[in-house]
Write a protein that binds this ligand. Structure first.
Ligand SMILES: [Ca+2]
Ligand SMILES: [Ca+2]
Length: 250
């Protein structure tokens, strides 16, 4: 009987110890949470945005978008295809490219494109180190949320310079001051000549066709006759089970 009571007392003691340890853990955990919340509250909106941005590998290609730092501002209006006016009155000249002026071909379209992307929206402006102003305009990159995003707190995944250039509304403009950014914007310019709108499209130009290496206006693969078509001229020795009717495909 006495042994049974001792065992019961031991169990109660262990249970008590467990409750105390659990309670202590709870208190410590609560402290951590509070500290974390306080630390988060001390961060500026731009720091919180950077943090989210660089934690989301799915959305971001961090070297191409989401430059750290900068300033959160609101765009009042698009002045033209490479200049915007901020709500605080500052003029921002976009870095790394030049859009046609409003009286030139594709100029009004370029302004309209920029308007549709950022006018009235909160954006992030980022300066290249050592480069601030040219002719009273601030030289900045602009990053902003996808206008089509339905998220309550969208990430600033879009880069205005690269979007304007890749859609054919502006050309790369190198001034040597933005070498890191220049590589990305020059890469995006490769898409521009194929875009059905902008400086490379009517009435300003004639867009290229993807896959049209011989330059006759039709993708080269569309010009090849089908294997099963009626008038196929099979090259000698090229037929291998019907899948290789053209020498280039073998
Ligand atoms: Ca311009
Ligand atoms: Ca062709």
């Amino acid at each position: 009987m006495a042994r049974k009571n001792n065992a019961a007392a031991g169990c109660l003691w262990l249970l008590g110890l467990f409750v105390v340890v659990a309670a202590c853990n709870g208190i410590t955990g609560g402290g951590d949470a509070e500290e974390t919340t306080t630390a988060q509250a001390q961060k500026s909106p731009i720091e919180l945005l950077d943090e989210r941005c660089h934690n989301d590998d799915i959305v971001y290609e961090a070297d191409r978008t989401c430059f750290k730092g900068g300033e959160l501002v609101t765009v009042k209006r698009a002045v033209d295809g490479d200049t915007v006016e901020l709500a605080d009155g500052r003029l921002v000249r976009l870095f790394g490219f030049d859009a046609p002026e409003p009286d030139q071909c594709a100029g009004p379209g370029a302004t309209e494109y920029v308007r549709g992307q950022v006018e009235g929206r909160q954006v992030k402006i980022i300066a290249e180190s050592g480069v601030d102003k040219v002719k009273d305009e601030f030289l900045r990159y602009i990053q902003y949320p996808d206008p089509a995003s339905v998220l309550e707190s969208p990430l600033f995944t879009e880069d205005l310079g690269r979007n304007v250039v890749s859609t054919g509304w502006a050309k790369v403009y190198e001034n040597g001051a933005n070498s890191k950014y220049q590589k990305a914007i020059t890469f995006s310019a490769e898409y521009a000549p194929y875009h059905p709108e902008g400086m490379y499209a009517p009435p300003c130009g004639k867009p290229k066709v993807y896959g049209d290496d011989d330059g006759n206006g039709t993708a080269d693969w569309e010009e090849h006759v089908s294997v099963n078509g009626p008038n196929v001229n099979l090259p000698d020795g090229a037929l291998t089970g019907g899948f290789c009717a053209h020498r280039r495909w073998c």
